[in-house]
Design a protein around this ligand. Structure first.
Ligand SMILES: *[C@@H]1O[C@H](CO)[C@@H](O)[C@H](O)[C@H]1NC(C)=O
Ligand SMILES: *[C@@H]1O[C@H](CO)[C@@H](O)[C@H](O)[C@H]1NC(C)=O
Ligand SMILES: *[C@@H]1O[C@H](CO)[C@@H](O)[C@H](O)[C@H]1NC(C)=O
Ligand SMILES: *[C@@H]1O[C@H](CO)[C@@H](O)[C@H](O)[C@H]1NC(C)=O
Ligand SMILES: *[C@@H]1O[C@H](CO)[C@@H](O)[C@H](O)[C@H]1NC(C)=O
Ligand SMILES: *[C@@H]1O[C@H](CO)[C@@H](O)[C@H](O)[C@H]1NC(C)=O
Ligand SMILES: *[C@@H]1O[C@H](CO)[C@@H](O)[C@H](O)[C@H]1NC(C)=O
Length: 914
């Protein structure tokens, strides 16, 4: 369309150009006529009217005909004090006689009560806005095509100052028809087109803005508009503000009324800064004070010609006196008060960030005041908003929305330390979601922000787009990708790789996954990191005994909230068994990673990793590596033995009163003992029963003193048995360790499971535990002499014997080879002998020898091996056969390689055994 318009424009102008040449010549002749007229004719006709002028000049014939047809002759004759702009005939090229004459309005060509004389227009420009349908700009403006000096609304005045003497009026012949000026938007579009080429400036923004303000025409009616360039918008507004105002994402247009209205008011208020009351332009002799629709004043002036306007808030105009249908516009590069009194709040910024959906939800939940500056208070706040994505139709609950806010400023780049490679740093913040009174009391649900090598993350899941916030007043805005939801149920919050599943399954069995609202929240100390796996015997017991399970797990669930970022906590609370719990931490400055939790219900401290807190909808989970069970839990050695299948051991022990006392007493004064329990099947296999003669010794070999137990649990150091032997523990992996008797046989037993009783005595180093092993330690293993090769002397002796044998066989071989070199030996006996030595013969020589005389042997050997003997026999006798090339390969092999794989003997390892 645009191109067609341009094309038409060119065609028109070319036609005009041609016509104007005609006019030029016509004018020239006319002027001559005029001169004649003025000198000769005027005296002849002393009383001329406007009509007389029109009829006496053939250039106006079309116009005059229109005046006649529309019945305006008398009207014109009756008028006084006016200026008539009469288009010359060329303006009506293509004019159709049949055109609807009613569309012709003579008033379109008349300035009432104003007589224009071009002598008053020299070096000036005037804007006529009184007594006219729409404003006119008229003034000196050289037109090279028509060689005329004055223009009205850009149309050259080709026949100026025709003055009747019987009527107070002036007539000006103009080159073209006067048309109603364009709307402001179209004027801007036109000018944008021109100025973009000339000055590389665009004026799109204001045009877009005007387009979005409903009834913007009313604002500019008979007013003056200052049009700033896009550069000016960019100078006074940042990209977010601009995107908001211009609704770059096309969201606001569709918003619910209050949201949209706020935006429209914002735009309008900005537009009002640009609109000055009244029509001002043209030559302004003494600078005027103009007032805009927001009642700000400026002093406004022009150059002498009235073609450039300046003010104390602008530089010189780029283009002035642009008439539109109800006012005048001046174009500027910049306008200083473009954004005067325009304030932005978080809501506006969210729109500018394409998060209108989020804003809309805020309105829907009636919490929009959070993102607005009410009563000039601008609370410090950080807002995390999801980058809008395709599926942002997702509704937010009120709590989810609130969870996106923090009532403090979080400066990611400043508040987090510089990290070295591979490090991460987490901070925990209070979100603004604090209204879950039933579940969390008056506590706010918390949010984690983690800095890692690859950026910043919310709750370890959602990547924050930029580490620099958008700042609006006291509020900081960050965007992230994904959906941020409030922490959910306990079970959904536990990260899958923390190995907490056993504890979770216990909680499920106890119906503790959903806790009764306690109006203060819960801290759940959760045995994770495979805690149960390392005490699987205890676990077996706990699994079988629901009340035991309850006792354990309920001990770990505390009323009230403890987060690892709390300093020096001393909390008096209860667990859900109703027992009083004192929780204490002291911040260890040396340990930046861990935190020691001291609970009066536990023997040992619980070590938590700082900021490893897991939030859930009823509080916080603190995963930890469980070292022992709570104090109130009672698990005896006997119970642990009973849970193994070898409970017979108890009968064995009871046979010896001192042993059973050692293990089963409950006196805090006496020492504690641990015991190794072989599996039932291995007991049977080893034929250990109540009638065994060495039963007591056997049992004592499996009993360990309490202060040695730690060594066995950790698999470190020497462990003394009750019998006096020392056990050595070998750790293969976290779950696998082996025991053997130190200085005894190489036989090892594997520790399958372990579990400890909760019995304690005064010595905190003593523990009584049960270790299930895959087979019993045998008393016989303590005798090291029973075994070959375990003794170094024996190994040395064996080595020596083998060495001697080896040297001797080497010597034999050399002798054989020496004999083989004699040609007389080649056929006959050697053949017979070696034919017998096929591959399966263990008597085959240990070493193949790389000398030519062996070839014959090998060839012979091959011949025999060839199944269809014909071919083999032929080649076999032929020593020069190509097959010989294969043979040297064999000779390059090492001794052990050459040793046949099918041989029944294996090479003797000559390296000494340890
Ligand atoms: C014409 O204008 C003059 C001065 O501007 C005024 O005095 C006069 O009354 C006007 N005449 C008519 C008919 O309006
Ligand atoms: C108009 O301006 C021109 C050039 O600036 C000057 O020469 C001329 O004298 C001016 N005429 C009037 C009437 O001011
Ligand atoms: C014409 O206008 C002039 C002033 O503009 C005024 O003095 C004069 O009286 C007017 N004449 C008529 C006939 O209205
Ligand atoms: C511009 O001038 C007007 C009138 O003198 C004044 O009220 C206004 O404060 C000035 N504006 C600036 C930005 O200087
Ligand atoms: C527990 O930690 C505290 C420091 O918080 C320490 O003073 C105390 O000795 C620790 N207790 C045990 C049993 O390790
Ligand atoms: C042990 O000996 C008693 C009697 O001497 C016998 O009754 C019992 O069966 C024996 N037990 C085993 C397991 O051999
Ligand atoms: C355990 O206590 C005994 C004495 O009762 C002592 O000889 C032994 O060295 C202790 N063992 C450890 C590992 O401390």
């Amino acid at each position: 369309m645009k191109y067609i318009t341009i094309l038409l424009f060119y065609i028109c102008s070319t036609i005009q150009l041609c016509l104007s040449r005609e006019i030029d010549t016509a004018l020239l002749s006319n002027e001559q006529v005029d001169e004649n007229k003025s000198t000769d004719e005027k005296p002849d006709f002393p009383f001329t009217t406007v009509i007389d002028i029109l009829s006496s000049n053939v250039q106006f014939s079309t116009f005059l005909r229109l005046v006649q047809r529309s019945g305006n002759i008398n009207h014109l004759n009756d008028l006084q004090n006016f200026t008539l702009f009469a288009p010359v005939n060329s303006a009506f090229v293509g004019y159709d006689e049949n055109i609807n004459i009613s569309a012709f309005d003579i008033n379109d060509y008349i300035f009432h009560n104003y007589m224009v004389h071009t002598e008053d227009l020299i070096n000036t420009t005037r804007i006529i806005s009184e007594g006219v349908k729409y404003p006119y700009v008229i003034g000196q403006s050289w037109d090279s095509m028509t060689k005329t000096r004055f223009k009205i609304n850009r149309i050259p005045i080709v026949e100026p100052d025709l003055t009747p003497n019987f009527q107070n009026a002036t007539v000006h012949g103009i080159l073209n028809n006067l048309k109603e000026p364009l709307s402001l938007s179209d004027v801007i579009t036109d000018e944008n087109y021109q100025l973009h080429d000339q000055l590389d400036l665009t004026f799109e923004n204001l045009k877009r803005l005007i387009g979005k303000i409903p009834e913007s025409d009313k604002l500019i009616d008979y007013n003056t508009v200052i049009i700033p360039s896009d550069d000016s918008f960019e100078r006074h507004l940042n990209s977010v503000e601009l995107k908001y105002l211009l609704d770059s994402y096309n969201n606001l247009d569709r918003m619910q009324r209050p949201v949209r209205q706020k935006w429209i008011n914002h735009m309008e208020s900005m537009y009002r800064n640009l609109i000055y009351k009244g029509i001002h332009g043209g030559s302004i002799i003494k600078s005027e004070i103009l007032t805009n629709l927001n009642n700000d004043s400026i002093s406004f002036g022009s150059n002498k010609q009235g073609t450039r306007h300046s003010s104390n808030i602008t530089t010189d105009s780029l283009v002035s006196n642009e008439i539109f249908n109800s006012g005048v516009a001046h174009f500027y590069e910049d306008m200083a008060i473009l954004t005067k009194d325009i304030a932005f709040d978080a809501e506006n910024y969210l729109h500018g960030l394409n998060c209108s959906g989020f804003v809309s939800e805020m309105y829907f939940r009636n919490i929009e005041s959070m993102i607005q500056n009410r009563d000039d208070t601008d609370e410090k706040m950080t807002i995390f908003v999801p980058e809008s994505n395709q599926n942002d139709g997702m509704g937010f609950t009120k709590s989810t929305l609130l969870y996106h806010f923090m009532n403090e400023q979080v400066w990611l780049e400043e508040d987090f330390p510089v990290l070295s490679r591979g490090e991460s740093f987490t901070k925990i913040f209070n979100s603004s979601f604090c209204s879950s009174v039933k579940k969390l009391g008056n506590n706010c649900q918390r949010v984690k922000i983690t800095k890692r090598g690859d950026g910043y993350w919310i709750n370890d899941k959602l990547k924050i787009t930029l580490s620099k916030p958008y700042i609006v007043g006291n509020k900081l805005i960050y965007t992230f990708s994904g959906d941020l939801t409030t922490p959910g149920d306990l079970i959904l919050s536990v990260p899958p790789f923390s190995h907490c599943s056993k504890s979770i399954s216990f909680l499920r069995q106890l119906n503790l996954l959903e806790l009764i609202p306690n109006h203060e929240g819960y801290t759940v100390l959760l045995p994770c990191f495979n805690s149960w796996g390392s005490i699987s015997l205890t676990m077996d017991l706990v699994e079988r005994d629901l009340s035991l399970m309850e006792e354990v797990m309920k001990n770990y669930i505390l009323n009230g909230l403890y987060y690892t970022d709390m300093d020096d906590v001393s909390l008096d609370t209860t667990n859900i068994l109703g027992n009083k719990v004192q929780l204490k931490t002291t911040d260890d400055q040396n340990d930046s990673k861990n935190i020691e939790l001291e609970l009066n219900t536990m023997f040992d401290n619980i070590t938590l990793v700082k900021t490893d807190d897991i939030f859930f909808n009823q509080g916080v989970l603190q995963p930890f590596q469980m070292m022992d069970l709570p104090k109130s839990v009672n698990i005896s050695i006997k119970q642990l033995i009973e849970v193994t299948d070898s409970s017979e051991i108890i009968t064995f022990l009871n046979k010896f009163e001192d042993l059973s006392h050692k293990l089963f007493h409950r006196s805090p004064e006496s020492d504690l003992y641990s015991i190794l329990i072989p599996t039932y099947s291995s007991l049977i296999f080893e034929d250990i029963n109540i009638n065994s003669t060495t039963l007591e010794k056997f049992l004592k070999l499996h009993i360990i003193k309490g202060n040695e137990t730690a060594g066995l649990i950790n698999c470190t150091g020497d462990i003394k048995t009750d019998l006096g032997q020392t056990l050595e523990c070998r750790k293969v992996s976290d779950t696998e360790s082996f025991l053997k008797i130190k200085g005894g046989s190489d036989n090892e037993v594997r520790i399958l499971k372990k579990g400890c009783s909760t019995t304690r005595n005064k010595d905190i180093n003593q523990r009584a535990c049960v270790f299930l092993i895959d087979r019993p330690l045998s008393l016989s293993w303590t005798n090291r002499y029973n075994y070959h090769f375990s003794f170094p002397l024996m190994a040395i002796a064996t080595g020596a014997v083998i060495g001697v044998l080896f040297v001797m066989s080497l010597f034999c071989c050399m002798v054989v080879l020496k004999v083989g070199k004699d040609p007389s030996h080649r056929h006959g006996e050697s053949n017979d002998e070696e034919q017998a030595r096929d591959e399966h013969d263990p008597r085959r020589p240990l070493l193949s020898v790389s000398s030519n005389n062996v070839r014959s042997y090998t060839n012979q050997h091959r011949m025999i091996r060839t199944p269809n003997g014909l071919n083999g026999a032929v080649t076999g006798s032929n020593e020069n056969s190509s097959n010989t090339s294969v043979i040297p390969k064999r000779s390059s092999k090492s001794a052990s390689q050459a040793y046949s794989t099918n041989s029944t003997a294996t090479p003797i390892n000559v390296s000494p055994r340890n």
